[in-house]
Design a protein around this ligand. Structure first.
Ligand code: PGA
Length: 255
């Protein structure tokens, strides 16, 4: 409900794909397609493509995001990137807490929370990922899992700052597997998360928050998912790597 109170955003998550030259081609292909979109358009790209993406999207409706950020301002953290490094470059968004980072890189609710706070303090908009694993869904604890992840991520985050957070509900079992949550399942959990945000802050913050679905969203299933009352766009992996596919999702989210 209250879909008009918030913006639908389609965000691409390129993950570890595209060299710089490939990125240039994809962005150039995307520009004329994205132009027609009335939904928000974001591409989250590998660090090595950020500068290229910021340059090529200047003056367009495409916003650029990173796929992670460290929580310290600077220091001896080999291989890490700070929020200030991103904002100075013109990056506006950052994905935090993606399940691949939680699964493969030791990300925890605590580090997610620290990253969220550092990103917001630097003026970045956060795409916070939450979602259950298959075993957790089967155990009937999906709501417990996403509630814990959401509440933990917002610990110490002011109401004002919370307005710069987008949540992406991504059931882990649906990511890159071709298995999509049904539109009803996606809506049910997005709606539940909105309730968690309302409890943590208030109804106005919850109603205004963009809550995306992510996990094998593609041109075939997008219309049904995006039509759901509590699904405000999507975080898109595989289908963000082809301009035409991404274009279909932008079109559907713009309806
Ligand atoms: P997918 O990835 O669309 O390839 O399933 C989504 C994501 O991981 O954000």
């Amino acid at each position: 409900m209250n879909k008009e109170l918030r913006q639908a955003i389609i965000a691409g998550n390129w993950k570890m794909n595209k060299t710089r030259s490939e990125a240039k081609t994809l962005i150039e292909d995307l520009k004329p397609i994205a132009e027609k979109a009335t939904c928000g358009v974001v591409i989250c790209v590998p660090y090595t493509n950020l500068e290229t993406a910021v340059e090529l999207t200047k003056g367009t409706n495409i916003k650029v995001g990173a796929e992670n950020v460290h929580f310290k301002k600077s220091g001896a953290f080999t291989g890490e990137i700070s929020a200030d490094m991103l904002t100075e470059m013109g990056v506006e968004y950052v994905i935090i807490g993606h399940s691949e980072r939680r699964q493969y890189f030791g990300e925890t609710d605590l580090t997610v929370n620290r990253r969220v706070k550092a990103a917001l303090a630097a003026g970045l908009k956060v795409i916070l990922c939450v979602g259950e694993m298959l075993s957790e869904r089967e155990d009937g604890i999906t709501e417990d899992v996403v509630e814990l992840q959401t509440v933990a991520a917002f610990t110490g985050v002011s109401e004002e700052d919370a307005k710069n957070v987008i949540i992406a509900y991504e059931p882990v079992w649906a990511i890159g597997t071709g298995k999509t949550a049904t539109a009803e399942q996606a809506n049910e959990v997005c709606s539940f998360i909105r309730g968690v945000v309302a409890k943590r802050y208030n109804k106005a913050v919850a109603d205004g928050m963009t809550i995306q679905y992510g996990g094998s969203m593609n041109p075939k299933n997008a219309a049904e998912l995006l039509a759901q009352p509590d699904v405000d766009g999507g975080l898109i992996g595989g289908a963000s790597l082809k301009a035409a596919d991404f274009g279909v999702l932008l079109e559907e989210a713009s309806k």
